[in-house]
Ligand binder design. Structure first.
Ligand SMILES: *Cc1c(COP(=O)(O)O)cnc(C)c1O
Length: 232
């Protein structure tokens, strides 16, 4: 099988899973968008995916993302930054990312805005919320209690547009349980920011559970591209 045949077959299978889960949740066809996570895979794969109709790609490491986006400017893709964001890289990320999904603290906001302004663009921002059970060291994402202040800060920043929320289910818990907490957090959030309707949740292993609780975007890597090297 050539690479494009492999990607085409994998994409079809993922679209099928999304369509089935969307219908099972009683949601309209086309309600859930696919972001293909291309981290660790070459720009040549991104090019093949664009040819197969992919419009949105996700990356989690700044240098790799910046280089790939520069190689693929002719493709008209939307680039989603989904990785942990160092403060000193935030301005640079906002120059090429169309959506920054991993905003988890106020210190990032002014830096992202500076990068977006320098590039003369408005960047969509999702707030990454931690789904780790209370009491655990929060590894990724904002504590839900800090979301209102963080959201207000983004909403009052002209170079940024508050799009909604993003989350990753913890590895050691049933994703359906974690995503049910997410649904509650999102309902609170939407009562204050009713236009920020994006919910980015669900990956190769748990996209069905995320769609059940209302995900509007799923971020799928290995089910489309194959398994990644385990060591970076
Ligand atoms: C890598 C990654 C994904 C995709 O994971 P798969 O299991 O390969 O689908 C989704 N979201 C984030 C934040 C990631 O880092």
């Amino acid at each position: 099988m050539t690479r494009i045949d492999e990607l085409r077959a994998n994409l079809a299978a993922v679209h099928d899973r999304i369509a089935r889960a969307t219908a099972d949740a009683g949601r309209p066809d086309g309600d859930v968008a696919l972001v293909v996570v291309t981290k660790y895979f070459p720009a040549s794969d991104v090019r093949l995916l664009a040819g197969l109709g992919v419009t949105d790609v996700g990356e989690n490491r700044h240098q790799e993302a910046e280089a790939k986006a520069a190689e693929c400017t002719d493709l008209g893709l939307r680039w989603h930054f989904i990785g942990g964001l160092q403060s000193n890289k935030a301005a640079a990320v906002a120059r090429y990312a169309d959506v920054v999904e991993s905003v988890d603290r106020a210190a990032l906001v002014a830096r992202l805005a500076r990068g977006a302004e320098d590039a003369g663009r408005v960047v969509d921002v999702l707030l990454q919320v931690s789904l780790d059970p209370p009491g655990r060291e929060h590894r990724f994402g904002a504590d839900p209690a800090t979301l209102p202040a963080l959201a207000d800060e983004v909403a009052r920043t002209p170079a940024l547009r508050l799009g909604g929320l993003m989350a990753v289910a913890p590895l050691d818990e049933d994703p359906a349980l974690a995503f049910s907490r997410l649904a509650g957090i999102r309902a609170d959030f939407l009562s204050r920011h009713p236009d920020a309707t994006v919910l980015s949740a669900g990956m190769s292993g748990d996209l069905e559970a995320a769609i059940t609780v209302g995900a509007t975007h799923v971020r799928v890597g290995s089910a489309v591209l194959g398994s990644r090297p385990t060591v970076q």
